[in-house]
Design a protein around this ligand. Structure first.
Ligand code: PLP
Length: 270
């Protein structure tokens, strides 16, 4: 696959600068950077997975919004990539997503039905994998899940309502045999996002943290033998503010890859 050297070095320098900003504001806390590569070609992704410059850490976590685009890219790119599905999730896509062996997390689960579909198809996939593949290809693990919460209450945003609905969905994911509840995700309102600085408190981030604490208590995950449920919040505009508010995962696209083409103009490969 062809990788343009000047494009590659621009991408590497962008991601390096984002990583440095994350490290500086996170003060040693482990914050996962998901590079959001939707509508960007596989050549761009490969330039970051296999950096051609010495001393540069490969970037392995990538986020995609469209199920078909993710499926195609996952087939074309190395298996050590850890994919995140972060887009609006449709029931009809759950089967194909669950069959991507190196899908790290589905971050946009907002209904019980979709959780049940992902669980069922992941279970089927794990059992066919276990019986048919060679010992050298490891059986995929449980699928990590972020429950998406609509913290801004906007009708245009997906996500389940804060409170009882969020708790019930998290409980169901936690009980599903082939899913692992990793934490909660929010997108939040654009206006709040643009107004966010490391010094201001974004209401969406406050709300997600409250939901996380609620779920942790309701599911009995606090204290010894408990588990830290992570917060996936923060994008290009507001990731530093999100980290100050306790984010464990930021999803950054345009600051790394530049502005995105329209869906009609997007190319999977250059
Ligand atoms: C596109 C997208 C991002 C990245 O947005 P940028 O502003 O380009 O960083 C993050 N999260 C979700 C859910 C997205 O759809």
């Amino acid at each position: 696959m062809k990788i343009d050297p000047s494009r590659a070095s621009a991408l590497i320098s962008q991601i390096k600068s984002v990583s440095e900003r994350i490290a500086a504001i996170g003060k040693g806390r482990n914050v996962r950077l998901v590079a959001v590569s939707k509508l960007k070609p596989v050549n761009d992704i490969l330039a970051l997975v296999q950096p051609q410059e010495p001393g540069i850490e490969p970037q392995l976590h990538f986020g995609e919004n469209y199920a078909q685009e993710l499926t195609q890219k996952a087939e074309m790119l190395p298996r050590n990539i850890q994919w995140h599905f972060i887009g609006g999730l449709q029931s009809g896509h759950c089967k194909n997503l669950a069959k991507i062996p190196n899908l790290f997390c589905v971050s946009s689960v907002d209904t019980l039905k979709k959780a049940q579909l992902l669980d069922r198809y992941r279970g089927e996939f794990i059992s066919t994998f276990a019986s048919s593949s060679s010992p050298s290809s490891p059986v995929p693990e449980k699928l990590n899940i972020h429950v998406q919460v609509n913290t801004s209450g906007e009708a245009s945003k997906s996500g389940c309502a804060p409170g009882a609905e969020t708790v019930a969905l998290c409980r169901a994911v936690e009980a599903a045999p082939h899913l692992h509840l990793l934490g909660l995700m929010t997108i939040g309102a654009i206006a709040r996002s643009v107004a966010t600085t490391p010094e201001t408190e974004n209401d969406d981030f406050v709300a997600l943290r409250e939901q996380r604490d609620l779920v942790t208590a309701e599911l009995g995950l606090e204290g010894q033998g408990g588990r830290h449920l992570e917060l996936s919040m923060g994008m290009s505009e507001d990731f530093e503010g999100a980290i100050v508010m306790g984010s464990d995962e930021v999803r950054v696209g345009s600051t790394i890859f530049g502005t995105r083409p329209s869906r009609a103009d997007a190319k999977i490969k250059e």
